[in-house]
Design a protein around this ligand. Structure first.
Ligand code: NAD
Length: 441
């Protein structure tokens, strides 16, 4: 079986590599020539655990190919996935220009029956637009060709993307023809072993499922953060509350960790996009509006605690930041809480020294020389006034507190992810601020 994946980012590269790994010949297409040239040499543009080895293996076996020519890629493909970015437009809606550009390119070059699948996260109605764009191009060429569109939203999580793709909680596919459904069943068969389900539905429901899933996850985070803030006010501890509610099987304990707010390339933009879709249809998604408002405010909570301790004038002060990526095990800094925190601290006159296990290059690209970059977690503590933990990387979980004590000027830690035990902090002589738990001194 031969397929193409258009867009070689987090989703396109992981999906393409995993399909290649089960024996399918996959051609990955991207307009970014630098990226494609690097990939041809086995240089991976993103950090994703396990991906590099898998890419190398499949390149060697000749099953994973890279090109900038969509025409060449789709020549023998039975299925073409569109996995390009859908960034937020100015009004919050998903910008479909890349998706529709690919659709037009497909229409310009296709010469046999194919299933064209949107894997990008796209608003309800996009598959119809993709179909119309392809039909338009075929008509311009005076060519009559049978083809199908399908929607196959991707649920992988950065940092665990390969496992999520190989062992999915579910695969959702929206189709409108039996032929397309059969092809998608065949393609995903190797991933269904051990009871991983594939759920077929109509196309608008598949498109909606992705937004509903991300909206639900974002809601869980904003809910627990809102509760955490109330816990601090009333003198409760969000970690105990989480244990208490999480043991209820109707609630569950996953994805209800209080913190410095959600970021990343998906939740912020998808929440905005579904709010906008609802508004376009004259409906107000009140819960999601609140989810977004709570999250915007949550990114500032850690800085409020820093102000509470040191006051508003932070000139002459230096903060050591641990973690820059929006979550552990990724170098992705899109919409990362770290960016908001850094911006605010700098505005208040502070200097920043930061360390992240994998996001340093990405941080340099975004922030340039606005901050100082350390070589390891302890390096950034030298002459810093306090430690601020923003991303819960495993290597930050059991640090050497004696070394921290020696290096930082003030024995104070601001923990944006609740990774330390408040009692242990007090025993070690630190002032300790976390989220949804009262400050300890
Ligand atoms: P990305 O920005 O990492 O990659 C997109 C790629 O598409 C880029 O390499 C870009 O050069 C390429 N591209 C743009 N226009 C193109 C064109 N005309 N032809 C060929 N290539 C083109 O994006 P991503 O994070 O992989 O996300 C892709 C889609 O998947 C988005 O809709 C996103 O919401 C969705 N998604 C992302 C994740 C995630 O964790 N990143 C998870 C699930 C779904």
């Amino acid at each position: 079986m031969k397929i193409s994946i258009v867009g070689t980012g987090y989703v396109g590269l992981v999906s393409g590599t995993c399909f290649a790994d089960v024996g399918i010949t996959v051609t990955c297409v991207d307009v970014n020539e630098k990226k494609i040239n690097a990939l041809k040499k086995g240089i991976i543009p993103i950090y994703e655990p396990g991906l590099e080895t898998m890419v190398h293996n499949n390149i060697e076996k000749g099953r994973l190919l890279f090109t900038t020519s969509l025409k060449e890629a789709i020549e023998q493909s039975e299925v073409v996935f569109i996995a390009v970015g859908t960034p937020p437009d100015e009004d919050g809606s998903a910008d479909l220009k890349y998706v529709l550009d690919v659709a037009r390119q497909i229409g310009k070059h296709m010469d046999h029956y194919m299933v064209i699948v949107t894997k990008s996260t796209v608003p309800i109605g996009t598959a119809k637009k993709v179909k119309a764009a392809i039909t338009d191009e075929l008509e311009k060429r005076g060519v009559e060709l049978d083809f199908d569109v399908a929607s196959n939203p991707e649920f992988l999580k950065e940092g665990n993307a390969i496992q999520d793709f190989l062992k999915p909680d579910r695969i959702v596919v929206g189709t409108e023809s039996e032929k397309a459904q059969k092809m998608m069943s065949r393609l995903y068969k190797p991933f269904l072993l051990n009871g991983h389900p594939i759920i077929f539905m109509d196309i608008p429901s598949a498109e909606m499922t992705k937004y509903a899933a991300n909206a639900m996850l974002a809601t869980k985070i904003s809910f627990i953060n809102d509760m955490a803030n109330l816990c601090e006010i009333v003198g409760a501890d969000i970690s105990s509350v989480r244990d208490g509610i999480g043991s209820d099987s109707r609630i569950g304990n996953k994805f209800i960790y209080a913190g410095a707010g959600y970021g990343g390339s998906c939740f912020p933009k998808d929440v905005k996009a579904v709010i906008k879709t609802a508004a376009d249809y004259g409906y107000k998604l009140r819960v999601l509006q609140a989810v977004e408002d709570v999250n915007d405010a949550q990114k500032h909570v850690l800085v409020s605690k820093i102000k509470e301790h040191f006051g508003s004038n932070l000139s002459q002060m230096t903060f050591a930041l641990w973690g820059l990526s929006f979550k552990p095990k990724t170098d992705d800094m899109r919409e990362a809480p770290a960016l908001v925190i850094i911006d605010e601290l700098i505005k208040m006159g502070a200097s920043i020294k930061a360390y992240d296990p994998v996001a340093m290059d990405e941080a340099k690209r975004i922030l340039g020389d606005k901050i100082f970059y350390g070589d390891d977690p302890y390096d950034v503590l030298i002459d810093a006034d306090a430690l601020v933990v923003i991303t819960e990387w495993p290597e930050f979980r059991i640090p050497n507190f004696k070394v921290i004590d020696k290096l930082v000027k003030n024995k104070v830690i601001f923990d944006g992810r609740n990774i330390y035990d408040p009692n242990e902090m007090v025993e070690n002589g630190f002032s300790y601020y976390s989220i949804g738990r009262k400050a300890r001194h």
